[in-house]
Ligand binder design. Structure first.
Ligand SMILES: [Zn+2]
Length: 355
């Protein structure tokens, strides 16, 4: 029995360039900020109009906000209060014009995490920003599918929403989907789909159509869990006509036993017994989900269930159970408040499980 690591192709996620929104009515300060941020490898969206800056700051995928204290029309503190209402965890640096205790207190009261004083020292701003980004809470997410396109169909929008919040996302596809086409092409498509989701990818080599619900499936999931150490796992639901999907659901229950939150997603072969109780708003990520599904061209060419209209209509249908317009439905398979930490399996243990 080869080592479980040898059964996986692993593709790391591209390093994401952090996106910073900078808002200042002073053109000179704004230009200096943009130059310093861009040189340091950040992506900077500069805004001199505070209302446009507020709209930009609450978009998904924004990693931090730098905002001036005094601006006409909408003050820095008020902008921060409104941005925080939409994005409570958005890191915020406020720029205050004068070295007074009052300015600092005002900035922090408004909800800014840090403040820096004018005249701006670019190094101080960058140092403050890096510190904030390094300490923000971040979740680790693992999405498991039997075949290369399952995760994109079930939780593509949810994964993009995790990425937009700064979370790390990994995908484990347990087979290369040989029944659906040339495995080499499917590996290339899965790699491109993961890239479009800004996720890392692990591809197993289990036999499409006869994925076992124990043994190597469990070992591969345990191995992925030991690498990713996820807070949340997405996997197939049990109510599914496809035997591979049911097997992966069963194997996840064992392989992910140390993970606190396990949520089960819908597949095209899911039956009417699928009973979701959690609905993730994917309105801002529906286009991204369709783009990721589009990477699986060998499947979209022939599978009617991948038609954009049906994917969109499905997301729209489930919104009847909540207040959003487009959602992905999830069953809660496990929600634990305290769990033992995941541990690495030894080779001997992996052989035992796989035997
Ligand atoms: Zn599948």
């Amino acid at each position: 029995m080869p080592n479980v690591k040898d059964r996986l192709i692993t593709v790391e996620a591209d390093a994401r360039t952090p996106r910073i929104v900078a808002v200042d009515d002073d053109a000179g300060t704004l230009a200096a900020l943009r130059v310093a941020l861009t040189r340091a490898g950040f992506q900077c969206a500069p805004h001199h109009d505070p209302r446009a800056g507020l709209a930009a700051a609450t978009e998904p995928g924004v990693d931090a906000l730098i905002v001036d204290h005094r601006m006409p029309g909408l003050s820095g503190p008020e902008l921060v209060r409104r941005a925080r209402a939409a994005r409570p965890d958005l890191p915020v640096v406020m720029v205050t014009a004068y070295a007074s205790l009052e300015g600092a207190v005002d900035a922090l009261r408004a909800g800014a995490d840090e403040f820096v004083q004018k005249p701006l020292d670019p190094e101080e701003v960058l140092g403050t920003l890096r510190r904030l980004l390094a300490t923000r809470p971040k979740r680790r997410v693992l999405a498991i599918g039997a075949h290369p396109d399952d995760v994109e169909i079930g939780v593509g929008g949810t994964l993009l929403s995790h990425v937009a919040s700064g979370d790390d996302v990994a995908i484990l596809a347990l087979s290369r989907g040989a029944n659906g086409g040339d495995p080499e092409r499917r590996v290339a498509e899965a790699t491109e789909a993961a890239r479009r989701l800004s996720a890392s990818l692990m591809l197993g080599d289990l036999d499409d159509g006869s994925i076992p619900e124990a043994g190597l499936t469990v070992a591969l999931i345990e191995h992925a869990v030991s690498l990713v150490r996820p807070d949340t796992i997405y996997t197939h639901c049990a109510a599914d006509r496809h035997q591979d999907h049911r097997a992966v659901h069963q194997a996840t229950a064992i392989g992910a036993r140390t993970v606190g939150e396990v949520l089960a997603y819908q597949a095209p072969s899911t039956t009417v017994d699928f009973r979701p109780t959690r609905f993730v708003d994917i309105g801002r990520h529906l286009a991204g989900k369709l783009h990721a599904i589009g990477a699986h061209a060998s499947q979209t060419e022939k599978c009617a269930y991948l038609a954009h209209e049906l994917v969109r209509a499905t997301a729209r249908y489930w919104s009847r159970f909540c207040t959003a317009s487009y959602v992905e439905p999830l069953e809660v398979a496990r929600e634990a408040s305290s769990v033992e930490p995941p541990r690495d399996l030894t080779n001997a243990e992996v052989s035992d499980v796989a035997a």
